[in-house]
Design a protein around this ligand. Structure first.
Ligand SMILES: Nc1ncnc2c1ncn2[C@@H]1O[C@H](COP(=O)(O)OP(=O)(O)OP(=O)(O)O)[C@@H](O)[C@H]1O
Ligand SMILES: [Mg+2]
Length: 347
């Protein structure tokens, strides 16, 4: 593994398509030894940023440096920066094995390594199958195999869980976490916020090409998610009367439990003490990463599902099934297709 490509620096990156600004003076750093999640609503510029970072799109201003060098200056890029932006970008008539072999051959790597990475991603048994017969999840696995060919220190992945089934999603999460724990730099975009919550240490959040936040997951949730106080008391009525008019709102859950918005635990606890009210529970509650993301990006969402009169989401025309869920779900190769999880110790 190359240990000279730790930090990614993106500085003042600006990319326009005609008159439309896709990435707008974007600057951030991605540190090694952690998973950095790249979040933003649809069309916010994540894929464009990644393409510009890798020299695949020509940007109008700014620069990206991998430990001081642009991607184009890297001597053996596959051994330094592994990037998976579009797993579908493979020749349909080529077999999985041959796809990896040409990558290996053009980068001075051995055929043995091809077998190793096929084992790693659980595609060994379908190595001789043509890629046109691969499911989306199988292609994602192949994509991960290809970026691991050179055992790179830095990994850049655009929605790698796209097309994977739940087992595959967990596998990608475990793999990326393990890479970061090995000291690698992992920069990954995704719309699966529950996954991101489990996987990422740090977040870069953008909207309309601009930086919204650059902080740890905990900081992001603390800054943007809804906070409220949960209180449980056998004398709830007395306590709520004392709080009335001094807090934003109160949701009564049952006879003894309420959620108080616009208050701190100190405030509720002191009000209880003044009233001589017994408390069985007093806890600060914080919303999820999804809640934080929706709040942080509320003003920069370009595409929102239509609402029918009355605020209900519009019904889809095709009954009875609902809309296909966006995100990371179709199946990876079944076990009989060689879709096993990576072997223990295989990485
Ligand atoms: N090749 C292109 N030509 C013209 N406009 C483009 C092109 N690629 C992207 N864009 C525009 O740039 C903006 C950013 O797109 P991009 O694909 O980077 O967003 P994204 O954050 O990756 O979105 P998603 O979450 O849907 O993947 C969008 O407005 C998009 O329409
Ligand atoms: Mg994208």
């Amino acid at each position: 593994m190359c240990f000279t490509c730790g930090v990614i620096e993106v500085e003042n990156l600006t990319k326009r398509f005609g008159g439309q600004v896709a990435v707008d003076h974007l600057s951030f750093q991605v540190q090694e030894g952690r998973v950095t999640g790249f979040l933003g609503p649809n069309g916010s510029g994540k894929s464009t940023t990644m393409r510009c970072m890798l020299g695949l799109d020509r940007h109008q201003a700014g620069a990206t440096r991998f430990d001081g060098q642009s991607f184009g200056q890297l001597a053996r890029p596959l051994t330094q920066v592994g990037a998976l932006l579009d797993a579908g970008y493979v020749h349909p008539a080529r077999t999985a094995q041959n796809h990896l072999r040409w990558l290996a051959a053009t980068n001075g790597m051995s055929r043995t390594r091809v077998g190793e990475v096929l084992d790693m991603v659980g595609l060994h048994d379908v190595a001789r199958r043509k890629l046109k017969g691969f499911s989306l999840g199988m292609r994602q696995r192949l994509g991960i195999a290809s970026i691991m060919l050179g055992d790179p220190h830095t990994l850049i992945l655009d929605e790698p869980g796209n097309g994977l089934d739940p087992e595959g999603i967990r596998w990608v999460r475990d793999v990326l976490r393990m890479f970061a724990d090995q000291g690698r730099t992992v920069f990954v975009s995704s719309h699966l916020l529950s996954e991101m919550n489990l996987m990422a240490d740090h977040l870069i959040v953008i909207g309309r090409g601009r930086l919204i936040d650059n902080c740890s997951v905990d900081e992001f949730v603390g800054r943007h998610a809804t906070r409220w106080v949960r209180v449980r008391s056998p004398q709830l009525g007395r306590l709520l009367s004392a709080l009335h008019g001094r807090v934003e709102s109160i949701d009564t859950i049952d006879d003894s439990t309420a959620e108080v918005h616009g208050a701190t635990t100190e405030m509720v606890g002191e009000a209880a003490a003044r009233q001589g009210v017994v408390l069985h529970e007093l806890a600060q509650q914080t919303g999820s990463l999804e809640d934080a993301f929706l709040k942080a990006t509320a003003d920069v969402v370009d595409f929102r599902a239509g609402e029918a009169p009355g605020g209900q989401p519009q019904a889809w025309n095709t009954a009875p099934a609902g809309p296909p869920s966006a995100g990371w779900m179709p199946p990876p190769p079944p076990a009989s297709d060689g879709g096993d999880a990576p072997r223990e110790g295989g990485w």
